[in-house]
Design a binder for this molecule. Structure first.
Ligand code: CDP
Ligand code: MG
Length: 722
């Protein structure tokens, strides 16, 4: 049994050469010339092939070799930030470049590119932000939208935007030469639909080599079971069973998130210790188990280990989120243990907010997971759920994010890009009108758009920050008073994963809880936002921040990211403050209230009032009954509370408020009417009419000009084209 060992740099060069050999036998290689030519000759191209065939890592290299970078950057988007980072690392190694030079990556709050970068991996969210500054993406010669089958919200929007701009540009180009190209890559599925959407562009399929995978259902999860402790225990049991009874080959376990994965790894580690390899295991060549977690917010040097072959005789067991389903391919996997669940951001109409929920995966997703076992030889997939669960609880296909998540940021992006009619935008799959209306309404509530659906000055400022619009609004409010110092660290803290460590061991858990309670008390108590702010400040001011974190059971890595994010947010703010129209106000109230009052301007949509006992009721018109989450410093103090604002909600059998702060009704009373004042239909109708109005205005002015200049229609058109 061996523990994950630290990354050993002396093995680096050996691995490097082995990798190049690997790249030479990837299925994509035989099609290098064809693919390169297809990309060169077409504005749009769809490329599909089994996961692991080499699309993400190889195609950009082919295009680089073909010299396409001379006309601009070769950009590749990924829905997941980890994928963008690890793939860029891998490709820079394969090409023998230093990461951040010719090959780089950019994800939110982490830019590892330079002037020299010509192959750039990035999240789809980053490219969407770039479009705002440069709608024609003039820096790029090729944009590759990767993992299109995932149907992430941002990729879907990019598809629509690029279709709009490039199809227009293509029609305009007389000599037929192609200046910019878009390649859409997808695992399999829906390629016809993509091609039709993109003006019937060519589709290239990389013929795959896959081996049969036999799948077996279990009986631990039936249609009535959705208890996470249960499936964690069961995947651990099944994984160990595979380890002792199946022939050599690595195991990939699918769970839904970090805490669950860490728990499963602890359990696996503990149980595997008692295995006696002389008697217990069937395959005598198997001498140990290497357990590795894999989730999005993991440090990248640990992630790199996942791809390394285990020492001989050792079986590798990777416990991963859905990230291992298509974004990352791990070689050597022969067995899959599938929990049947995934964590998904869904718009919850009960509470009117986006909530991260654990939901059953779709059948196509389950097949994709199983397929990971058959890349290099025949494999087996162990599903812990029953056949009945498959039939009754799993959809055929995953619903695209655009049809289930809040569209607030996206609608604001579109509006800033001049797409006013967000209802008739070319969507690959149209979002429900209800979600669009909700987004318009929220933007109106935040004063990001006006009653005519036009982006306001505040809306443009909000757009500059890669944060939730409400949080940005609070930050801008504080900045207008010249008090950004209090909101910048908070915004950074709310942008990182949970900072509080909760150890599994009961004794240690008590100790950690006590420390956390102390921190809350020292920061003034009864205000989770203020606790976050204080933790940031104390840690930053301490002589040894990492030791301070250890002492207080705080994730040092998360704090480190928060420090860096704060700097970046500060830079954005400084730039905006230099503009002369940046709002400036004077604060007349009580200074000690300032922090909470600023928060109210962004969080008034998240207000709840205590109704009876410990039950609160939200004020957004949904009137949901909610409780304060036990992790909050306000828990058990509910009797003293009346009105509160909160950062987010957690939905289990109850709805819980997390990161909570008490407020006074006075502070929100002028804002609350805005929650009910406008009918979303009104906004959308205006949004629709406005296009016509605007176009009309344009046409009218053109017509007036023509008449004034006494030109005939044809001449006027010709002149306009020039
Ligand atoms: O994009 P697609 O799924 O077609 O394949 P890919 O991601 O380009 O993967 C090609 C090969 O590179 C696979 O064998 C992966 O295991 C390997 N790879 C790796 O070893 N390390 C990475 N960070 C990324 C890919
Ligand atoms: Mg890929």
């Amino acid at each position: 049994m061996s523990k994950p060992n630290k990354h050993e740099s002396k093995h680096e060069s050996k691995r490097g050469s082995k990798r190049c050999v690997e790249a030479q036998c990837l299925p994509i290689l035989q099609h290098k010339a064809t693919l390169t030519k297809l990309v060169k000759d077409n504005v749009f191209l769809v490329v599909t092939g089994e996961t692991g065939s080499g699309k993400t890592t190889q195609l950009p290299q082919y295009l680089f070799e073909a010299g396409l970078w001379k006309g601009g950057i070769i950009g590749i988007t990924q829905p997941r930030r980890v994928a963008a980072i690890t793939v860029a690392q891998r490709v820079s190694q394969e090409m023998h470049f230093t990461l951040g030079k010719e090959v780089g990556y950019q994800v939110r709050f982490d830019d590892c590119t330079s002037q020299a970068t010509v192959v750039k991996y990035m999240t789809d969210g980053c490219l969407l932000r770039e479009i705002l500054a440069d709608p024609g993406l003039s820096q790029y010669s090729v944009v590759i939208l990767d993992e299109a089958h995932e149907r992430s919200l941002n990729t879907d929007i990019l598809l629509g935007l690029l279709k709009k701009t490039l199809l227009q540009a293509d029609k305009g180009s007389k000599d037929g030469s192609v200046r910019q190209r878009v390649v859409v890559m997808s695992a399999t599925l829906e390629t016809d639909k993509l091609s039709t959407f993109l003006g019937h562009c060519p589709v290239f399929t990389i013929p795959g080599r896959t081996f049969p995978v036999t799948s077996r259902f279990g009986n631990a999860i039936g249609p009535k079971e959705v208890d996470s402790s249960r499936y964690v225990n069961e995947v651990v049991r099944v994984a160990l069973d595979v380890h002792v009874s199946e022939v050599a080959g690595d195991i990939l376990v699918f769970l839904t998130g970090q805490s669950e994965i860490e728990k499963a790894c602890d359990m696996l580690y503990e149980k595997a210790e008692s295995i006696d390899y002389r008697y217990d295991v069937q395959d005598q060549t198997v001498e140990g188990l290497l357990i590795l977690p894999l989730y999005g917010s993991m440090p990248t040097d640990q992630q790199r280990q996942i791809f390394q072959a285990p020492p001989s005789g050792i079986r590798k067991c990777v416990v991963a989120t859905n990230i291992a389903a298509t974004s990352l391919t791990i070689n050597g996997i022969k067995y899959i243990v599938d929990s049947g669940f995934v964590k998904q951001l869904n718009h919850n109409s009960r509470v009117g907010m986006d909530i991260l929920e654990v939901v059953p995966i779709s059948k196509s997703e389950a097949q994709q997971r199983a397929g990971r076992a058959g890349r290099t030889s025949a494999g087996k997939c162990f599903r812990i759920y029953s056949n009945e669960f498959w039939e009754k609880c799993m959809l055929d296909y995953t619903v695209p994010e655009i049809q289930r998540a809040s569209l607030t940021s996206v609608v604001l992006t579109l509006k800033c890009l001049g797409v006013h009619d967000v209802i008739r935008f070319p969507y690959l799959d149209h979002p429900e009108e209800r979600l669009l209306l909700e987004a318009l309404k929220q933007l109106y509530q935040f004063d990001a758009i006006d009653r005519r659906g036009q982006v306001t000055q505040l809306g443009r400022l909000i757009m500059e920050f890669p944060l939730h619009p409400g949080l940005t609004r609070a930050l801008l409010k504080a900045a207008s008073y010249g008090c950004e110092e209090i909101l910048l660290p908070l915004a950074a803290m709310l942008s990182v994963e949970n900072i509080f460590i909760r150890p599994g061991h009961p004794e240690k858990q008590k100790e950690a809880d006590k420390k956390h309670r102390n921190l809350a008390a020292q920061s003034g108590g009864m205000n989770d936002f203020a606790t976050l702010l204080s933790v940031f400040q104390w840690c930053k001011a301490s002589d040894s921040p990492s030791a301070w974190c250890k002492e207080n059971w705080i994730h040092w890595r998360a704090l480190k990211s928060a420090f860096s994010i704060e700097t970046q947010l500060r830079e954005i703010l400084l730039r905006l403050q230099q503009k002369k129209d940046f709002p400036v106000e004077t604060f007349t109230g009580n200074k000690s209230e300032l922090f909470r009052r600023c928060l109210c301007t962004g969080y008034f949509t998240n207000v709840a009032r205590r109704s009876i006992g410990k039950i609160f009721s939200t004020m957004d018109g949904h009137g949901t009954a909610v409780h304060v989450h036990p992790s909050s410093s306000l828990f058990d103090q509910e009797a003293e509370l009346d009105w509160v604002i909160f950062h987010d909600m957690m939905v289990t059998s109850r709805v819980y408020l997390r990161t909570v702060c008490p407020i006074r009704y006075d502070w929100v009373k002028d804002l609350l009417p805005k929650l009910h004042e406008v009918d979303a239909y009104e906004l959308s109708n205006i949004a629709r009419e406005e296009v016509n109005e605007e176009e009309l205005a344009k046409l009218e002015s053109k017509e007036a000009k023509r008449q004034k200049e006494g030109l005939d229609e044809d001449t006027a058109k010709k002149l306009e084209k020039r």
